[in-house]
Design a protein around this ligand. Sequence first.
Ligand code: ADP
Ligand code: MG
Length: 265
Amino acid sequence: MLELKNVTKVFNKDQNIIDRKVALDNLTITVEDGDFITVIGSNGSGKSTFLNIVTGMHIADIGNVFLDGIDITKMKQYKRAKYMGMVYQDPMQGTASNMSILENMEMALKRGKRKTLRWGFSAKNRDLFISLLKKLDLGLEKRMSQKVGLLSGGQRQAITLLMATLNSPKLLLLDEHTAALDPKTAKTVLEISEKIIQDEKLTTIMITHNMKDAIKYGNRLLMFNEGKVILDVRDEEKKNLTIEKLLQKFSSTDVISSDQLVLAK
Ligand code: ADP
Ligand code: MG
């Protein structure tokens, strides 16, 4: 459903050779319908650039990106946005602080819809939002008219997840979306993410700096290093993967970053 073919992305191309940075190096990845892929790799290994090439925030220098067989390599970001739900690390980024939960969700529902559709707060939408918020089990359905700015980071990420998946995107892209949260809240948000992904059968790519989570969630794991995928395991092989095995395989190299080692212990 998503295919990257020989994608290379170089930053600072116009500068001298020392400042040039090959963020993605001839990357070829095929994502299957229904895949839930976790992505790990040290800082600067190209994980975010991979997602940004998919969203259209960056355009590949070489190579192509296909979504359901359509070449979207050069398609503008706003045009492909309706096919993709995204959640980033910063809880402030996905929601508008000065708007209520209800207004934020209305906005998300409207996104990607034709302009001719009525822009209003219908009772039907309200019921939908209440049922979705109830599923989070955070009591937010009773606080729908409160400003999102009053909520905690974890509550905001949970709402951002609902908003990102409201229009049934072809792809859900998560870039370290729990990294800014405390461990307990991160766990809650991850569990919520998994539930939404399973309920909606969403094809998902989730970047995480946490090896345990990368092993625990999803059906496939990719490990990035210097703009390339150096490990791609799925299904049974992934189920049998352990942190020990990962460390054994890679500890003699610098592909596992020190913060990942700390987390692994
Ligand atoms: P990761 O998400 O794995 O930490 P990134 O994909 O963000 O890594 O970055 C890969 C490399 O590309 C890094 O060396 C980073 O400094 C560089 N890079 C990423 N985005 C930009 C940018 N907008 N301008 C210049 N260099 C960038
Ligand atoms: Mg990143």
